[in-house]
Design a protein around this ligand. Structure first.
Ligand code: OGA
Ligand code: MN
Length: 293
C-alpha cells in the first residue's frame, strides 16, 4: 500500500498511543460492526503499535470469535489444566480465570503471577495473534504487561546480535505461564529433554519485515546445540535485556476491554491478584504462518 493510501486509512481511526514504546487505544468503535476499511486501518495500526486496546465492547463468545476471524483462521485453544475443554462446542475459546465452579476452575492460570511469555510458542506454528476480552475483573491487581521484542532486539549489543543470528531456541511445552503442568505432559526439569518446539532466536516478522527477539518463556528453554551451562548463561543474558527493557506497557483491565496483541513480536505477563476476587477473560488465537526453518 502506498503511503497516502495508508495515511488516509489511518486518519479514520481515533487512536491514542500509550507512549510506552508499544500499545495504543482505539476509541469509539463497535467491533461487531466495523466495515472492511475500518478493519484494515485497525490492522495497520496493530502492526505499528503491536498491541491494541479497545474498551467498552459488548461481545458474546460468537461475536468475539467472528471478530477474531477477520485476522485469519483461528487455532484451537490449548486444553484446560484439568484436561477439559473450556467451553463445550467452542474449541477456539480459551478461558483465563480463577473462578471455581463445582470445585473445578472454569479457566486457566489461577490467580498468581503469569510470567513473561508468548502464547503457544511450544508448537511448531504458534498463533500470530491473541485476542483477550475481559468479562469480569478485580478492582485491583491482575494487570497485564506487554514488552516490545523488536525494541529488545534492536537494543542488543552488536556482538550479541551476531552470536544469536543463527541459533535456535526450544520453547518449553511442559509448563504454562501460570506455572501449571500442561495436560498430558510428564514434567522434566532438564531443558534438553523437555518437550517443546525449536524456533529461530531472531524472528523476521513476515508482515513488517522487522527482526524481533523470540524467547517464548524462560523456564526449561534451551538453545539448541549448546552445552546446557552455556545455553543457560546465554538465555540469562538475553532475558536480562528483557527485564531492563523500557519498552513495556501495562494494562489495568475493566470489563468490556478487548486487547489484541501480535504474538510474534511481543511477550506478556500478568500480575497476581487477590484469590477471593473474580477475574474472567475469554481468549481466541489466530493461526500463524509457518516459520522459516
Ligand atoms: C493469555 C494470558 C494473562 C492475563 O490469555 O494468554 O497470558 O492477563 N493472559 O490473564
Ligand atoms: Mn498468554
Amino acid at each position: 500500500m502506498d503511503i497516502p493510501a495508508r495515511d488516509a486509512l489511518l486518519d479514520g481511526l481515533d487512536l491514542r498511543a500509550s507512549g510506552k514504546g508499544l500499545g495504543a487505544e482505539i476509541i469509539g468503535v463497535d467491533l461487531r460492526r466495523i466495515d472492511d476499511a475500518a478493519f484494515e486501518a485497525l490492522h495497520l495500526a496493530w502492526l505499528d503499535h503491536l498491541v491494541l486496546l479497545v474498551r467498552n465492547q459488548t461481545l458474546n463468545d460468537a461475536e468475539l470469535i467472528a471478530f477474531s476471524r477477520r485476522f485469519g483462521d483461528l487455532d484451537l485453544a490449548p486444553i484446560q489444566e484439568t484436561g477439559r475443554r473450556f467451553v463445550e462446542g467452542l474449541p477456539e475459546l480459551y478461558v483465563v480465570s480463577n473462578v471455581m465452579e463445582k470445585g473445578e476452575p472454569i479457566g486457566s492460570l489461577g490467580h498468581g503471577e503469569a510470567v513473561w511469555h508468548t502464547d503457544m510458542s511450544y508448537v511448531e506454528v504458534p498463533p500470530k495473534a491473541s485476542l483477550l476480552f475481559a468479562l469480569e475483573t478485580p478492582a485491583a491487581g491482575g494487570n497485564t504487561s506487554f514488552v516490545n521484542m523488536y525494541a529488545v532486539y534492536d537494543a542488543l549489543p552488536d556482538m550479541l546480535k551476531r552470536r544469536i543470528a543463527s541459533l535456535r531456541v526450544k520453547h518449553d511445552g511442559t509448563y504454562n505461564s501460570g506455572g501449571f503442568v500442561r495436560q498430558g505432559v510428564t514434567p522434566s526439569e532438564d531443558p534438553r529433554e523437555a518437550p517443546g518446539a525449536l524456533h529461530p532466536l531472531v524472528y523476521t516478522h513476515p508482515e513488517t519485515g522487522r527482526a524481533a527477539l523470540y524467547l517464548g518463556r524462560r523456564r526449561n528453554a534451551y538453545i539448541d546445540g549448546l552445552e546446557l551451562a552455556e545455553s543457560e548463561a546465554l538465555l540469562n543474558q538475553l532475558w536480562d535485556h528483557v527485564d531492563q527493557s523500557g519498552f513495556v506497557w501495562t494494562h489495568a483491565w475493566r470489563p468490556g476491554d478487548l486487547v489484541i496483541w501480535d504474538n510474534r513480536c511481543t511477550m506478556h505477563r500478568r500480575d497476581a491478584f487477590d484469590a477471593a476476587t473474580r477475574r474472567i477473560l475469554h481468549r481466541t488465537q489466530v493461526k500463524g504462518e509457518r516459520r522459516p526453518a
